[in-house]
Design a protein around this ligand. Structure first.
Ligand code: FRU
Length: 475
């Protein structure tokens, strides 16, 4: 069904698949100049079901080309193709390459008709264009658990082996392998720690080097559904050490990667020649509370902007921060308009980037997005109490689960200013507070695009330096 309605909310700069349902990003890797994005996809419908791996490629993480389906479901065999990762097997440890190729090995879950979940492999010898399923699948049988899925593999340099994280109910099981084919269980993590309001999904384990301290820590990302801080799906993370067998966590605090309702199942890319201080992540921009019911019903589901994850050192612990990848700068026109708080409401294009600089003396600032249809989004930034409050309950799409208000605790810093960047598309807002130390990602489906933004504040010093820059999407 082609999108004809003017209210179809087709993303202008986010990845989506026309006429299809998509959910989690899968198998992200970079090889010979190309980024590969695979994703959970229903080839027949705009609701979840009949899971295959769709595929897209990009040179810059920003403009994507659709590719043929990479992995087909086998409803009568091992099953549908659920989430997982992919690695570039540079040393051909798997032995899949016979004539000098570099194998790309995808690790995914087979979910059978009678709901048995097992871990399988597929490999590519043409750089990720086409995949062949491994003939001895599954490589890890089901250990008697209903939920056992989403394998993600990383090379463990100190031990010269691969480590695979698989979620099992509400914890993670770690496995090791020399060749990606035979797996031996190492340990379990997650009993008695972290948020447990729902099942754990889509783990991702990797080392990250901290620029500030020069130290390396291991990061474990976990999606959880339900049980997120604002209802339904969300991502929590743990920071600690991985000693080749166990994940040892730095402390018992629960940490959320994004405070919004619509940042889920995010995983990072394998083999990006990025600095060891950063990792590139993409998440699915929706929430299982309403994902099948959103009004974008000629297509359903989009990915977040690709982001860079970094480690930040606080006095007694490490945390993650996230910002859009540098390449996203090319999305924005250089024709910025600049505004002050007491200016008239700002006229908005359909898709744009906002850069807001607030003086910390502006103790409370209110941003209101409006259109001619009575829809409203509010963001209150309360710097006296260091929190932001987002409200999309009057933003359109009248659905009980969707009408969320979201609180984001902000972090104190010495800076005189609070910088906020917002990337706004036809049906989504991605907020980055204070260099991405906090982020908030939220969908919204207004009856027509928000045409104006009003900014007001309750206290502005004489030397008010509060400024709002609007950069429209380059067309
Ligand atoms: C996460 C998830 C995964 C599963 C996939 C199925 O959103 O539930 O755990 O593999 O989606 O599409």
């Amino acid at each position: 069904v082609p999108c004809e309605s003017p209210n179809s909310w087709i993303p202008e700069f986010h990845f989506y698949k026309p006429n299809h349902w998509i959910n989690d990003p899968n198998g992200l890797f970079f090889f010979e100049g190309t980024y590969h994005l695979f994703y959970q996809m229903n080839p027949d419908d705009v609701v979840w079901g009949n899971m295959h791996w769709g595929h897209a490629t990009s040179e810059d993480l920003i403009s994507w080309e659709h590719e043929p389906i990479a992995l087909y479901a086998e409803p009568e065999g091992l099953g549908y193709i659920f989430s997982g990762g992919a690695v570039v097997d540079v040393n051909n440890t798997s032995g899949f390459a016979k004539s000098g190729e570099t194998p790309i090995v995808a690790t995914f879950t087979h979910h059978s008709k009678d709901e048995v979940q097992t871990q399988s492999l597929a490999f590519s010898l043409d750089g990720g264009k086409t995949f062949e399923k491994y003939s001895n699948n599954p490589v890890i049988p089901n250990p008697g658990l209903k939920d056992f899925r989403d394998p993600k593999v990383v090379w463990y340099e100190p031990g010269n082996y691969w480590v695979k994280a698989v979620v099992a109910g509400q914890c993670v099981h770690f496995y090791r392998s020399e060749n990606l084919l035979q797996w031996e269980k190492l340990s379990e993590f997650g009993h008695n720690i972290g948020a447990h309001g729902g099942v754990w999904e889509c783990p991702d384990l990797f080392p990250l080097h901290c620029e500030q301290s020069g130290e390396t820590r291991w990061v474990l990302l976990i999606s959880i559904n339900p049980g997120g801080p604002n209802g339904g799906s969300a991502m929590q993370y743990f920071i600690g050490d991985f000693d080749g067998r166990d994940f040892l966590v730095q402390d018992k605090d629960t940490r959320w990667l994004d405070y919004g309702t619509d940042f889920y199942a995010g995983i990072t890319f394998d083999n990006v020649s990025e600095a060891p201080t950063q990792r590139t992540i993409i998440a699915w921009m929706s929430n299982w509370n309403y994902a099948n019911k959103t009004p974008d019903n000629a297509w359903r589901g989009a990915m977040t902007l690709p982001r860079i994850l970094k480690l930040v050192k606080h006095p007694h612990s490490y945390a993650l921060c996230m910002e859009p990848v540098k390449q996203s700068e090319k999305l924005w026109s250089s024709k910025k308009s600049s505004h002050r708080v007491f200016d008239a409401p700002i006229a908005l294009p359909d898709a744009y980037k906002l850069e807001i600089t607030l003086e910390k003396t502006a103790s409370e600032t209110l941003l209101e997005w409006r259109n001619g249809q009575g829809n409203l989004i509010k963001l209150k930034i309360d710097l006296a109490n260091m929190c932001a409050h987002f409200d999309r309950s009057e933003a359109g799409f009248d659905n009980h689960d969707f009408a969320a208000t979201i609180d984001v605790p902000l972090l104190a810093s010495d800076s005189e200013f609070m910088e906020i960047t917002v990337c706004v598309d036809t049906c989504s807002l991605e907020f980055f507070f204070a260099n991405g130390e906090r982020t908030l990602t939220a969908l919204c489906f207004p009856d027509s695009a928000f045409s104006e933004l009003k900014v007001s504040g309750n206290l502005l010093s004489v030397a008010d330096k509060t400024e709002i820059l609007v950069s429209p999407l380059k067309k």
